[in-house]
Write a protein that binds this ligand. Structure first.
Ligand code: ZN
Length: 225
């Protein structure tokens, strides 16, 4: 894999960018126990967005991990999870918002939030706040009790853990280092991002390609077998 771009998110911040079809996004928790809210829109048509509902329907689980496809509201693949060193992420809860803090936390002063960090960064792509749906809450540890009650536990991620996703279409991506106390075991930490290209030589199963042998030699080698 070749690194295209690296971005560092300070605690309680966010960013937005375009990723091309086939490129990879690695979301890294550099210090541990930090959630990152991720949303995406088709770069060609922003009314196609990452859908929690469609994704959970087709995966038939709320716990998404390596091998799962993340779908759009039009049931088209947006992402594939390529690797996951944690195995616990949430796709049930919306990004924390100013109202999250007034309704749940009973705070009165302004509190940074994923929703605000998403819409402020996505605005430059012409995406309005009302267009932001449920986010994939990377590293967020939500447990459903038999009663149906949700329990938000500290993330299982340790320093250096990551989620690696492949973009299945050109996407506008918004992503944060989450601002909610409950989701992050009480403290706010950074998130690191890497945009990568998959090296086709590295992924080729034929070992002769890895040796860098020209294709004509390869054909000759096959013919002599
Ligand atoms: Zn948040």
């Amino acid at each position: 894999m070749t690194l295209v771009e690296r971005r560092h998110l300070e605690p309680q911040t966010g960013t937005a960018f375009v990723i091309q079809c086939g490129q990879l996004l690695r979301v890294v928790d550099p210090t541990g126990e930090q959630v990152s809210d991720l949303i995406s829109f088709s770069a060609a048509d922003h009314s196609e967005w990452l859908s929690s509902g469609r994704t959970i329907d087709y995966a038939n689980t709320i716990y998404l991990t390596t091998g799962h496809t993340l779908y759009s509201n039009r049931s088209r693949p947006m992402w594939t999870i390529i690797d996951d060193t944690v195995g616990r992420h949430d796709f049930l809860l919306t990004p924390c918002s100013p109202e999250t803090f007034t309704i749940i936390y009973k705070t009165t002063a302004h509190h940074p939030s994923c929703f605000e960090n998403l819409w402020r960064n996505l605005a430059s792509f012409g995406i309005a706040p009302d267009a932001i749906p449920t986010t994939l809450n990377v590293f967020m540890n939500v447990v459903v009790l038999p009663s149906g009650e949700l329990q938000i536990l500290p993330p299982r991620s340790r320093a250096g853990d990551y989620l690696l996703l492949r973009a299945e279409m050109d996407l506008v991506v918004g992503i944060t280092a989450c601002s909610a106390e409950l989701s992050n075991n009480g403290t706010f930490k950074p998130i690191d991002l890497e945009i990568l290209t998959d090296d086709p030589v590295e992924t080729q199963k034929d070992p002769r390609r890895r040796s860098g042998r020209p294709q004509s030699d390869e054909r000759a080698a096959r013919a002599s077998e």
